[in-house]
Design a protein around this ligand. Structure first.
Ligand code: COA
Length: 109
């Protein structure tokens, strides 16, 4: 991703030196206006304690501190329609739904 011009903005949650969650944003140096919120994950033993929200808030602050984000105007993400925890978390940090993507797959040949 680095070789393709992406800058990775990542925050990690740790307890006693062990990683228990992370979130990642990808910023394209050639097209910084729309930034992509990529993976977010919290270990299932630590969910429901505000770690996911704290990670997203911390990573957004980190994004704003990166000089390459000066021209960034919006953040995009995608989530399965059945992922209630992530949909609720995203809404609570300011995302709103703009489109619905249908993914189809089948065998080749
Ligand atoms: C989505 C995920 C990161 C949330 O992490 P978390 O640390 O449990 O989230 P938080 O405790 O910060 O909760 C933040 C908000 O999310 C929502 N939420 C969290 N767990 C929820 C649940 N089980 N059901 C519905 N909403 C939930 C709530 O709105 C919550 O706010 P509130 O506590 O004020 O009500 C975590 O569930 C996870 O890692 N899931 C598996 C990976 C995944 O699906 N990643 C996203 C792929 S797009």
């Amino acid at each position: 991703m680095h070789d393709q011009g992406y800058l990775l903005v990542r925050s990690l949650a740790c307890t006693n030196g062990d990683g228990i969650g992370y979130t990642e944003i990808l910023l394209s140096r050639s097209d910084p206006e729309i930034v992509n919120q990529d993976d977010t994950f919290v270990d299932k033993n630590f969910r429901g304690r505000g770690i996911g929200r704290a990670l997203k808030a911390a990573n957004l602050r980190l994004l704003m501190s990166v000089p390459e984000s000066a021209e960034s105007r919006s953040l995009q993400t995608y989530t399965a329609l059945t992922n209630e925890p992530m949909l609720a978390l995203n809404r609570s940090v300011g995302f709103h739904g703009v489109d619905t993507l249908t993914v189809l797959e089948g065998p080749l040949g």
